[in-house]
Write a protein that binds this ligand. Structure first.
Ligand code: ADP
Length: 246
């Protein structure tokens, strides 16, 4: 079986500067992957390419089974095909309750055909409760999202993305600004989410990556510098030099 996402030979230049330089790597279905690298390594540009925000100068981005190219597709089309992206800052509707936020996300996920066939206004409370349980917010369903902690808002947004049942979820620095307990919970949410879909976590925090306990891809100057377990990559001399600065 082929990979879910195959990035091969992708290069992106900004004013002659190569943000991605012949980048190649692949992500399997139901895989948790951490993508790490120093500032400017190309992590954001990689996510921009996969989500259709940036078009590469060279290379291929293949997706699904049978593999089709994502290049040239709009951001909304790529999202509809099952690529979800979570930006660093949580974007939830602060004046709405947790339940309403999840409900809105569920409604958004319904195809026009499903809306025609089933009553669009039918609230799917069971699914909302299931999602709230997955993200650990079942006890605060009726609370306004604006009253949640930073960590809880991040989980809510992950839940809203999961409501749309992505095949691939790209998550940008989910642990930033979280307490130790929140980071532990986030690890569990992401690991659980990756049981049924691919989850790619772009992260700076090595302790957090270690806890994710997954394959790690290290980017540097727009290419893959090393790949493997966290123990494997952190023993790599080049990684130590460029990433850990030793
Ligand atoms: P990371 O997310 O790993 O910090 P980025 O993908 O944001 O790295 O950036 C890679 C390189 O490309 C950086 O040197 C950055 O300054 C440059 N870059 C990214 N986006 C642009 C842009 N829109 N215009 C010019 N340079 C950019």
């Amino acid at each position: 079986m082929s990979a879910l996402l195959e990035v091969s030979g992708v290069s992106v230049s900004f004013d002659g500067f190569k943000a991605l330089n012949n980048l190649s790597f692949s992500i399997d279905r139901a895989e948790l992957r951490a993508v790490i690298g120093p500032n400017g390594a190309g992590k954001t540009t990689f996510m921009d390419v996969v989500t259709g925000k940036t078009r590469p100068d060279e290379g291929h981005v293949l997706w699904g089974e049978p593999p089709v190219s994502l290049l040239g597709k709009s951001e909304s089309k790529i999202a509809m095909e099952g690529v979800g992206r979570k930006f660093q800052r949580p974007t939830v509707f602060e004046d709405q309750t947790v339940q309403d936020n999840l409900m809105m996300a569920l409604k958004k996920s319904r195809s026009p055909l499903a809306v025609l066939l089933f009553k669009p206004e039918t609230p799917d409370f069971a699914r909302v409760e299931e999602l709230a349980d997955v993200i650990g917010l079942d006890a605060v369903l009726s609370r306004k999202s604006g009253e949640l902690s930073h960590g809880q808002k991040q989980w809510l947004e992950i839940g809203m993305l999961l409501a749309q049942e992505p095949k691939l979820l790209l998550v940008d620095e989910p642990a930033a600004g979280m307490t130790t307990a929140e980071r532990q919970k986030t690890t569990q949410i992401l690991r659980d989410a990756a049981k049924t879909r691919a989850v790619v976590v772009v992260e700076h925090d090595m302790d957090f990556v270690r806890r994710l306990d997954c394959k790690v891809t290290v980017l540097h100057e727009g290419s893959v510098l090393a790949e493997g377990s966290i123990d494997h990559v952190t023993k790599n001399q080049q990684v130590i030099e460029v990433y850990l600065g030793r």
